[in-house]
Design a protein around this ligand. Structure first.
Ligand code: GLU
Length: 454
């Protein structure tokens, strides 16, 4: 049986770090098992679903490199759900109920006051045909509940181990609203059966739904898939993430300049038995991935950890991936330059500063008189061409002998004059890339002798 998984967001908002993690886990699981990854847009809620969000979800997954093998929209599959509903009605497992929200609320209140769990009492099952007719004639429209079986439902959860839910603690779930529209449960089960989903990987906020969905699958004559309920991400302080999701969208991270590999690596490794780690090669990440490594305890989202992973991704990002991204930002570096510069970046756009150092202009630093004299000497002692990574050492050793300077006094004025910065890539690697012409003119300009363009 080949693996088929689905990521099933409702297009009622943008992808954020919490739900994109579910997408990543599904995608990796499919990848690891050479299976299929389906995007299913749960858009039966026509009030809240928007095409704009559906498009954004598709685009964001694409940007992350999580391309689905197929995309389905539940709004285009209503006939299948109608058929399933009919089948359940025929079997007496989907029954009409006429209570209003208010009546239900009163019942719950009475049950709670009597110390009983607020479970629906199935009084609609006792309605005679005449009583139903009278209610309909009085203008009431039914909502439809699935009659849960007796006993409990158990399954072996790939993350949580054995789970058992006593169905007598649950109300018969409403599958169809008064206006005839479907709630999430039935379409989800019908689609999981129709799409031959083998594994449902989703947040642990769905554990109770799973018991209902297993019962419903069986009622429809199907075999339930395997389930894996990962713990939801929480905020750094342990509180729910949902309140802060506004700023934690995949789009926000993209705008901030994060790399897709950082987000995917973060989602794949946070809340696992191992440390958070950066991966460039998605296949290597998939090879290491196992649902069993996901922890049952809620993981905490830490934006700083994500930023640190982004730096790790850049430090390892190969030239063929980096150059097109740099080009999109209007930054022109070649491979040799990228390999020297990348170790200094936390965000890709910072490469622009190094592009200026390598190809553009820098402002000459303000230096003390004795450093300016030193830079003049440094210009006079520049080694012969051609330059390579040994040139810096040869040059600074000659300068040390000539001037008696050492350590910071020897190196810092050179770095400042050549890059305009106190920190940066190794000078031995940077120097040949800056090249003799720019090096000479920058030294002389910092020494106070204008020498053409810097
Ligand atoms: N649309 C549901 C959600 O976003 C899907 C849950 C599931 O994976 O079945 O919570």
């Amino acid at each position: 049986m080949s693996v088929t998984v689905r990521f099933a967001p409702s297009p009622t908002g943008y992808l954020h770090i919490g739900n994109v993690r579910t997408a990543v886990l599904n995608w990796l699981f499919a990848r690891k098992h050479a299976g299929r990854f389906i995007l299913r847009l749960d858009d039966t809620d026509t009030e809240r679903s928007r095409e704009e969000y559906a498009q954004a979800i598709i685009e964001d997954l694409e940007w992350l490199g999580l391309r689905p093998d197929a995309v389905f929209r539940q709004s285009e599959r209503l006939e299948l759900y109608e058929q399933a509903a009919e089948q359940l009605k025929q079997a007496g497992l989907l029954y009409p109920c006429y209570e209003t929200e208010q009546e239900l609320a009163l019942k719950r209140k009475a049950q709670l006051m009597a110390g009983r769990p607020p479970v629906y009492d199935r009084s609609a099952l006792k309605l005679t045909d005449e009583a139903k007719k009278a209610l309909e004639e009085a203008g009431r429209r039914p909502h439809w509940r699935f009659r849960l079986p007796e006993g409990s439902i158990t399954w072996e959860d790939a993350v949580r181990g054995r789970v058992e839910i006593d169905l007598s603690t649950l109300s018969d779930p409403v599958l169809i609203r008064e206006d005839g529209s479907f709630l999430y449960t039935l379409p989800s089960v019908v689609d999981d059966m129709d799409m031959r989903i083998t594994h449902v990987v989703r947040g642990d906020d769905h554990v109770v739904n799973t018991a209902v969905q297993i019962a419903l699958t069986r009622a429809l004559g199907g075999e339930p898939p395997m389930f894996a309920h990962h713990a939801l991400l929480r905020a750094k302080d342990g509180g729910p993430l949902s309140k802060r999701l506004g700023s934690l969208g995949v789009r926000d991270f993209r705008e901030q300049g994060l790399e897709p590999e950082a987000i995917v690596s973060y989602c794949a490794t946070v809340g696992t038995s191992g440390p958070v780690r950066a991966f460039i090669d998605i296949d290597a990440l998939a090879a290491e991935f196992a649902l069993e490594k996901l922890s049952r305890a809620p993981a905490r989202f830490d934006e700083e950890e994500l930023l640190a992973l982004n730096a790790d991704v850049l430090h390892a990002l190969p030239c063929e991936k980096a150059l097109p991204r740099l080009k999109n930002l209007g930054i022109g570096l070649n491979c040799a330059e990228w390999e020297v510069v990348r170790a200094n970046l936390s965000l890709l756009h910072e490469a622009a500063e190094w592009e200026a150092v390598l190809h553009g202009d820098i402002s000459p630093p303000e230096l003390e008189e004795e450093d300016r004299v030193y830079l003049k000497q440094a210009a006079d002692l520049l080694p012969e061409e051609p330059w390579d990574e040994a040139t810096w050492k040869a040059w600074t050793e000659a300068l040390k002998r000539e001037t008696g300077r050492k350590g910071k006094a020897l190196f810092m004025p050179l770095r400042l004059a050549l890059t305009g910065k106190t920190h940066g890539p190794e000078m031995s690697r940077l120097l040949p890339l800056i090249g003799p012409g720019r090096t000479r003119s920058r030294l002389l300009s910092a020494a106070g002798q204008a020498h053409g363009a810097s």
